[in-house]
Write a protein that binds this ligand. Structure first.
Ligand SMILES: Cc1cc2nc3c(=O)[nH]c(=O)nc-3n(C[C@H](O)[C@H](O)[C@H](O)COP(=O)(O)OP(=O)(O)OC[C@H]3O[C@@H](n4cnc5c(N)ncnc54)[C@H](O)[C@@H]3O)c2cc1C
Length: 387
C-alpha cells in the first residue's frame, strides 16, 4: 500500500471527472484521477463515438452555459489540435401547440440562439426522407452538431497528463474518510487530498454512501440503436443530414433523438431518451426492449428510408434526477467534497463547463454561474443523510 498526498482527488474518468481534473491541473493543482476500470472502457456513460451538442434548451441557464461552453470546446480543439465537433444543425420536431415546442422556441428567441423555422410546406425540401407528424412543427438550431465522445475523453485526459496530472486506472475506490484532509482508499493504495471531487456517474450513490449521503438518482440502461439506410447516404452527415430530437410523439412518452449516419457508414443512430432501471454493475442483465419497439414504430412512420430493425444495439447508462437537472454542489456537511452527478442523459456537451464549475467549487472559488438549479438541497425531502 502506498500513501500519497494531492491538492485534489477526482473519482471517475468519465467526461466530467476528466474535464474537472484538466481544469484543476490548469490551475497548477496537484491532481489525481482514480478510475475503477482500465481505460478506455465502455461500462459507464461517456463511451461511444458520438453525442449531440446544442444550445436549444427551454431553460435559460443551460443555454447561457452553452454559450461559453462552445468557446471552451473550441479552445480544447485548438490546444490539442484535434477535431472534436462537427456542426450539423439540430432538427427539433414537436406538436405545434404543445408547451414543449413553444417553450423551446421562446427560449431560443430570448437567448439569441440562431434558428430556422421550417414551414410544413417546405419541410421535405429541406429535410428529405423524413415524415413530419400531423400537427407537428419543426425548427433547426443551427449551432448544433455532433461531438466525438471517445476522442474527447482521450484528448482531455492526454491534456491533463501533459499538465502533470496523474491518472490511475484499475483502482476501484472502496472507502472515503471525510475530514479537512480527505482519505481515499482504493484496491491499490491510500490517497489523501485537501479536496475530493466525486464524478462517478451511475455509481455516485455507492461512493456517496461512504460520506453518509444519498441523493435520489435512478440508473437507466439505454439501448443505443443503429438503423440501416435502405439507400446508402440518405441520412448521411456528408449530405448534411442534421441531428434531430422528436419532442412528444404518438408512440412515446419520452423524447426520441438521432444523429446522422457517420461513425458506422450506412447506419443512423436513433435512441429513446429513457430506459429501464438497472444496477450499474449488472447493466446487461436488464434486457427490456420496450424502447426498441417504440423506436421501430416511430421509424416506420417517420423515417421510411431506414430498415425498422436495429442493425446494432450498444449499451450505455443514464443517471437521472427527479427533475432531470444536474447535481453540481458541495457535500452538505463535508464542504471539501464536491459532487457532480445526475447528468440525466444530457450532460456530455457541458463537459468543459461542468469541469470548470466543479474545479471552482473544489477550490472554494465563487462559481462562474448561479448553481441554484443544481443544488442538493432541492431534494431535501428525498435525500438521506445519516449525519
Ligand atoms: C446513450 C447515451 C446518449 C447520450 N447522448 C447525449 C447527447 O447527445 N448529448 C449530451 O450532452 N449528453 C448525452 N448523454 C449523456 C452523457 O453522455 C452523460 O451525461 C455523461 O457521459 C456522464 O458522464 P459522467 O462523467 O458523469 O459519468 P461516467 O462516464 O459514467 O463516468 C463515471 C466514471 O466513474 C468511475 N467510477 C465509478 N465508481 C468508481 C469507483 N468506486 N472507483 C473508481 N472509479 C469509479 C466509472 O468507472 C466511470 O468511468 C448520453 C448518454 C448516453 C448513455
Amino acid at each position: 500500500m502506498t500513501s500519497q498526498d494531492y491538492d485534489c482527488i477526482v473519482i471517475g474518468a468519465g467526461v466530467h471527472g476528466s474535464f474537472t481534473a484538466y481544469n484543476l491541473a490548469k490551475k497548477s493543482k496537484k491532481t489525481i484521477i482514480l478510475e475503477q476500470f482500465l481505460l478506455p472502457h465502455s461500462r459507464g456513460s461517456s463511451h461511444g463515438q458520438t453525442r449531440i451538442i446544442r444550445k436549444a434548451y427551454d431553460q435559460d441557464y443551460y443555454t447561457h452555459m452553452m454559450h461559453e461552453c462552445y468557446e471552451l470546446w473550441e479552445q480544447l480543439e485548438k490546444e490539442a489540435n484535434v477535431k472534436l465537433h462537427r456542426r450539423t444543425g439540430l432538427l427539433v420536431m414537436a406538436p405545434e401547440h404543445g408547451k414543449d415546442y413553444s417553450a423551446l422556441k421562446c427560449s431560443m428567441q430570448r437567448n439569441n440562439v440562431p434558428m430556422v423555422i421550417l414551414p410544413r410546406e417546405q419541410f421535405s425540401q429541406h429535410i428529405p426522407h423524413v415524415n413530419l407528424s400531423q400537427g407537428n412543427a419543426a425548427l433547426v438550431d443551427t449551432t448544433a452538431g455532433v461531438l466525438y465522445a471517445d476522442r474527447t475523453l482521450k484528448t482531455v485526459q492526454e491534456q491533463f497528463q501533459k499538465l502533470g496530472g496523474v491518472i490511475k486506472d484499475g483502482q476501484k475506490v472502496i472507502d472515503i474518510t471525510p475530514g479537512s484532509v480527505v482519505t481515499v482508499t482504493t484496491s491499490g493504495g491510500v490517497y489523501r487530498a485537501k479536496s475530493l471531487v466525486i464524478t462517478a456517474g451511475p455509481w455516485a450513490n455507492t461512493l456517496l454512501s461512504h460520506t453518509g449521503l444519498q441523493i435520489p438518482l435512478k440508473v437507466l440502461k439505454i439501448n443505443v440503436c443503429y438503423w440501416r439506410e435502405k439507400v446508402p447516404g440518405s441520412y448521411n452527415i456528408q449530405h448534411r443530414f442534421p441531428c434531430f430530437i422528436q419532442l412528444g410523439s404518438e408512440e412515446a412518452k419520452h423524447d426520441i433523438y438521432g444523429l446522422p449516419s457517420n461513425e458506422y457508414p450506412g447506419l443512423m443512430k436513433i435512441c429513446y431518451h429513457s430506459g429501464s432501471e438497472t444496477e450499474p454493475d449488472e447493466r446487461d442483465r436488464q434486457t427490456d426492449r420496450e424502447d426498441i419497439d417504440i423506436l421501430q414504430r416511430y421509424i416506420t412512420r417517420c423515417f421510411p428510408g431506414l430498415v425498422p430493425v436495429p442493425a446494432i444495439v450498444e449499451s450505455c447508462m443514464y443517471t437521472v434526477t427527479p427533475d432531470l437537472n444536474f447535481v453540481l454542489d458541495q457535500h452538505p456537511i463535508h464542504r471539501n467534497i464536491i459532487i457532480g452527478a445526475g447528468f440525466s442523459g444530457h450532460g456530455f456537451k457541458f463537459g468543459p463547463i461542468v469541469g470548470k464549475l466543479l474545479s471552482e467549487l473544489s477550490q472554494e472559488e465563487v462559481p462562474s454561474y448561479d448553481l441554484t438549479p443544481f443544488r442538493i438541497g432541492r431534494f431535501q425531502a428525498h435525500s438521506k443523510s445519516a449525519l
